[in-house]
Design a protein around this ligand. Structure first.
Ligand SMILES: Nc1nc2c(c(=O)[nH]1)N[C@H]1C(S)=C(S)[C@@H](COP(=O)(O)O)O[C@H]1N2
Ligand SMILES: [Mo]
Length: 221
C-alpha cells in the first residue's frame, strides 16, 4: 500500500475538491481552503501523499495506544483506545503544507477535536503553550495554545475515510492544518500544557518556532 516515500493508494488524479463541494453536514471547513490561492508562497501541490518523519515508524497497536493530557490542567487525563473512540467525533476538510515545499490539498480528517480533548482535562489559566509528545523516541513539537485549539485542529484517526496507517502516524496523529506540517504530531501520545514556550524537535533543529505557511515562517525564530 505504501513505500518509504509515498502512499500510492492516496494519489489524487483530478482537481482537488473545493470547499463549496463539501456538502456533508457538520463537517468543519478549514478556513484556508476558501482562499483564492490555496497554495501558500513557495509551495507546490502534490497529488501524492509523501511520508516524512525524523527517525522511524513506531508500531503502536491500538491495544497499547494511550494518550496522556498533563501539565497545567485541572485534571490529568489518560485515555486508552476505547475511551478515545467513545468521545464525540468531528470531521475536518483541510489542506496540509510541509515546509519541504509540498502541499496536499483537500484532505478529510476525522477524529476528536483538540477543543473536546482539552475540555476533558480543563486548562489552567496559566497555560499558554502546548507540547505534543509522540511515540517516535520522544519527538515533540510546540505551539501556542490558541493555535492548538483552532476550530479545525484535531487528533485524527482517519484520513479520507480510511484509518491512518502506521507510516502516516496511526493509530492517532495530531492535525493542525493552519501551520506547517511539522506542527502535526504523528503517533501522538501526550498533550502537555505549559506556561512558558519550550521548542520541540524541529524547532530546536532550526525550524521556525511558529510555522505559519502564509508568511513563510520556515526557519529561524
Ligand atoms: N511524531 C512525529 N510527527 C511528525 C514528524 C516526525 O518526525 N515525528 N514529522 C513531521 C513532518 S516534518 C511532516 S512534513 C509531517 C509528515 O506527515 P506525513 O508523513 O503523514 O505526510 O509529519 C510531522 N509530524
Ligand atoms: Mo515536514
Amino acid at each position: 500500500m505504501f513505500d518509504s516515500e509515498h502512499d500510492h493508494a492516496k494519489y489524487q488524479s483530478g482537481e482537488p475538491a473545493k470547499p463549496d463541494e463539501i456538502t456533508e453536514e457538520g463537517i468543519i471547513i478549514s478556513p484556508d481552503t476558501y482562499r483564492d490561492q490555496r497554495i501558500p508562497p513557495g509551495q507546490s501541490r502534490t497529488r501524492k501523499w509523501p511520508i516524512l518523519h525524523a527517525s522511524y515508524v513506531p508500531n503502536v497497536p491500538t491495544e497499547d495506544w494511550q494518550l496522556k493530557i498533563f501539565g497545567l490542567v485541572e485534571k490529568e487525563i489518560d485515555l486508552d483506545w476505547d475511551q478515545f473512540q467513545a468521545l464525540p467525533r468531528c470531521k475536518v476538510f483541510a489542506d496540509f503544507h510541509c515546509v519541504t515545499r509540498w502541499s496536499r490539498l483537500s484532505n478529510i480528517w476525522e477524529g476528536v477535536s483538540t477543543q473536546t480533548l482539552l475540555k476533558l482535562a480543563g486548562v489552567k489559566p496559566e497555560a499558554k503553550y502546548v507540547v505534543c509528545h509522540a511515540y517516535d523516541n520522544g519527538w515533540t513539537t510546540n505551539l501556542p495554545l490558541e493555535d492548538f485549539l483552532a476550530d479545525d485542529a484535531l487528533l485524527a484517526d482517519t484520513h479520507d475515510e480510511m484509518p491512518i496507517n502506521d507510516a502516516h502516524g496511526g493509530p492517532v496523529r495530531g492535525m493542525v492544518p493552519r501551520l506547517y506540517a511539522w506542527k502535526s504530531a504523528k503517533w501522538i501520545r501526550g498533550i502537555e500544557l505549559i506556561a512558558r514556550d519550550k521548542p520541540g524537535f524541529w524547532e530546536r533543529g532550526g525550524y521556525h518556532n511558529h510555522g505559519d505557511p502564509w508568511t513563510e515562517e520556515r526557519f529561524g525564530y
